[in-house]
Ligand binder design. Sequence first.
Ligand code: CA
Length: 377
Amino acid sequence: MDRRSVVKGAGIASVLAAGLAACGKKEDATPVAPAAPVAPAVSTGSEIRWRLASSFPKALDTIYGAAETFAKKVGELSGGKFTITVHAGGELMPAGGVLDGASNGTVEMAHTAPYYFFGKDPTFALDCAIPFGLNSRQMTAWMYQGNGLKLTREFYAKVGIVNFPMGNTGAQMGGWYRKEIKSVADLNGLKFRVGGFGGKVLAKLGTVPQNIPGGEIYTALEKGTIDAAEWVGPYDDLKLGFNKVAPFYYYPGWWEGGPQLSLYVNQKAYEGLSAEYKAIVECAAAFAHTEMQAKYDAKNPAALKTLVGQGVKLRPFPNDVLGAAFKAAQEVYKELNDTNPAWKKIYDDYSAFRRESNLWFRFTEAKFDSFMQSQKL
Ligand code: CA
């Protein structure tokens, strides 16, 4: 190693040390190894080029954008040596094919919403969102400081993937309805486009969940093929114009109180990285994780104002809907606890964390938020 690369290596090491401190993870308490000898297949300073398959279209700039942010940071932190190209859903493989793609090494990385794979195993949803689950901050706390990352990594090891939290939308909206929902009885027979695991609970209330890609929702709502559809929240929903065909906009999206996106890394590819490149992946993912939530929190307020200005009828779900849905969710969880040991192992920890976290959040956070939101500033 010549003098120049030693200096450069030290520079990267100190950037990483600072980055890791910012990550604040328990296991990162040990200092980063200096850029000195690394034996794995890819040594620090080696030029590598990886591909990342996203499950999302480029039009979802906040969600798809998290993968672009990640790739950009990896490039910057590695001095341009570690290059990742990001590919939209359908470009290299179907949006729902990225789990297999990262698992079998067709691509080194994927970015997705793990609850898409609940049909393979509902346990995937615990790495994303379940009805009446953790909110965004709680999810991040469980992953980084609770047992979330450890337990989900054990689960993903079975399919050869190393996972990292990479983005959260925050609590989503409850979707667009052609007719008003006055009580839980109005959900019976409702043909509802809903993403992910929430459909399992809605089905218990008589709702008929529909799986329709984002680009086809508008036409289905317009034609009345479906009665209602949920997507994300004001910023993304406004762009698709659902308010023109379904005037009632409900909240909250109780099936997605804090859905987290995940970065999947093929395990063999990950293990072949130098310690420094592994740290770069970890910190770039943590940066993209924070940035995505910040984008939503910054962009949703103006979008909601615009929608209300266009005559959208904003409605809270009636209490009996929330109550019945909560009860139905507990039934689904009991069935899974009784039949799926992988689910039970993670859900036990997740639900204990949720209980303790809500016990705390109901005091300072909730009181402060509700007071501030009622003030005229
Ligand atoms: Ca959604």
